[in-house]
Design a protein around this ligand. Sequence first.
Ligand code: B3K
Ligand code: ZN
Length: 855
Amino acid sequence: NNKINLKDYQPPSFNVDTVDLDIKLFEDYAQVDSTLKMVRQTAGDLVLFGEDIELLHIAMNGEGLAPEDYQQDAGKLTIADAPDTVILELSVKICPQTNTALEGLYIAGSGSETMFVTQCEPEGFRKITFYPDRPDVLAIFTTRIEADKRYPTLLGNGNLVEQGDVTDAPDRHYAIWHDPTNKPSYLFACVVADLDVLTDYHTTSEGRKVTLELYAKSADIDKCHVGMQALKDSMVWDEVNYGRAYDLDRYMIVAVSQFNMGAMENKGLNIFNTACVLSSPETTTDSRSFNVKAVIAHEYFHNWTGNRITCRDWFQLCLKEGFTVFRDQSFSADQQSSAVQRIDDVATLRAYQFAEDAGPLAHPVRPESFVEINNFYTTTVYEKGAEIVRMLANTLGAENFRKGTDEYFRRYDGQAVTVEDFLSALSITDSKIEKFIDWYRQPGTPVVSGHQHYDEKMQNLTITLSQQTRHVAGFDAPKPLPIPVATALFNRESGNIIAAQMLLLDQASQTFSFDNVTSEPIVSLLRDFSAPVQLNYDYQDEDLAFLLTHETNGFNRWQVTQMLVNRILLSTNDANSKPDVYLQALAETLPKLAHNDAMLAARLLDIPSPQELASAIHKEYDPVLIKQQREDLYKQVADSLKEQWTILYQQLPLQAYSDSPEALGARALRNIVLDMALTAEVAEATNWAQQQYDNASCMTERFGALKAMVNHQVAGYEGYLADFYQRFQADDLVIDLWFSVQASADHVSTDTIKSLLAHADFDWNTPNRVRSVISAFTSQPTVLWTPKGLDIYTGVIKKLDDSNPLIASRLLQVLARWYTLVEPRRQMAHEQLLDLQQHVSSKHVLESLDTVLGA
Ligand code: B3K
Ligand code: ZN
């Protein structure tokens, strides 16, 4: 059994006080020399981890060690009976040039754009040298980097202390970086490249003048301004909202085209996927640009929540990720309509996290065991983790939450801590906070059911709520959790709110009573999504339509339309809901809202994706049927509002580019209106699409038009695809869009997917490109869940299993709900997964496959 368990945690026997690294990069390998000053903390062996590295030399306290002086197996180097203070000297050889897993030190880009970068979280540092590579070992790092002068950019963590030419090697130079903050090895980074830099400054609230540098290849440097502004905004935001100022003189961000994830918060030297840092109106859609700002903020906020205070062990991952996602969501909510921000975040949570929690991959926000920690960078840890922090913040209120976070930073700065430590600091003003620990321990999405009773004589309303969480195999029977339910009562006649209150449901079932209620109100629940639960309330469709028009909370207006849509598509209520009430309510709401809040209006037209609908079906999921029902409803919406589309499209003329919230809202709504108009076969719609494409002022307009033309197979759409390719051929991120719009098209065939995978621009070593085809393809379940579709998909997993197991495992996790499929698809999927098991060997994929097959 190769599982690692939370309950087996042991503190390290040795800490590292300082580490000196010397990384010398050569044509086809690198040599890494290190000196570790170590001090014993507890009894036990001295343990170092190392993977895929060749040990050239090891010495302890000045004396070379022979192989019999230590034990080396299964990625560990163990020295028994080491003295209490140790100076270890190591010399190893590694090969970044052949490292396709993109973990440790690896090569990115090709030809003249080749660069060397690192990714160490969670356990990549052990691919650079032998080291006690665990987050509770904190050390001061000094790094010397030496390389050919073809690579003028030599970057490391902290401050640059020295640079110069290498004596006796005229083509080589070096730089020495010193990081004065204690840090775990997963935050180590270095970059060797030829990059341009955009520079700016920020003076912190503590008076420190910080140099801000954004590094990218020269063709991309003009796409760094959005990111730079976001960085400055984030720095101010954290000072104002959490009292946290930056602590070094330099903050660097490097854009890399081959990266497994979005970005990485290495101390003082963030490394970013180009997709999460580069942005320009001509090449980046509004939603991607918004995402750039959010990721910049996220990584910056990690400097305090993650770096200064880090995780004791990887089970505590949510400690830094949940809190940091909550912080970046709050930052983003301050940049746009907070209702729309909440809608986006909840839509993501419902589409992905609820699905994860409903299937075989369900795990607690703080997992209790794993084989491969990379498999646990999940939406449960991140997004559900953020929802828990949100509940804590709402329960405490702004002032006490701030007192709690101040206490957290005061108490634990410079330490590696646990979720319990976090809760203990937050609970200084309110002890009920500690009860939320069960949210971290218990998997599964709670279902909150409820009904109301009105007593006219007593002028009293009672609301009864109960909670239920499915019992996930391998975990204790679920307990009731503390669930904050933000509630408002609406008078049916006036439409006004007569009472608003945060109810705390912390028993299996509870009744809440309201007095002086003069007529039976309509109750709005879970306002702003006050808890990550499914809600089943005894509503009439008309009640939901009432709330759509009268709710003052923008998020809840969206939430009730989603409830109506789900009732229609999934019959989630007893009566089989017909679309009439929903269509009527939309017709009444949309025209006015389009005028006042175009962004919210656009979101009210959301119909859950096929994947989200699938996750709500627990057996006999028929992708063809769901696709049909979804399309029928979409068509009904389009047809019933047919006249509106013409009016709205004309009210939203193409305008010179602006990034104001109004302009963003107008563009979002215009793209949806265009698609609706094409669906309703409005005569001029084809023309609109072509003109919007030709006259676009920005990528949101151009890509919106292209996508609509492709999905509706408007005559001549192939020509537009070809034009798009021609225009943006040199820009990888735009070509990713070109791949994905085809791979996710409504009419996509497996032949199209195959030809995209065979395209000259397809590249198996670039995760963004792989995702642009393969992840896009999963949005068409009717094609994915066929023998040919799955054959392609599992073929990709087989291919990546060896070269990039992390990505292979992530792609596999998307298939987790195979067992809900209607026959014969279920049987077919099962066979393909069993066959896959014969062809993969990475522990990443094997662990995920085991779990997925165990369903
Ligand atoms: N902490 C990194 C994620 C690293 C994932 C490694 N597989 C990015 C982030 O959450 O900010
Ligand atoms: Zn993070």
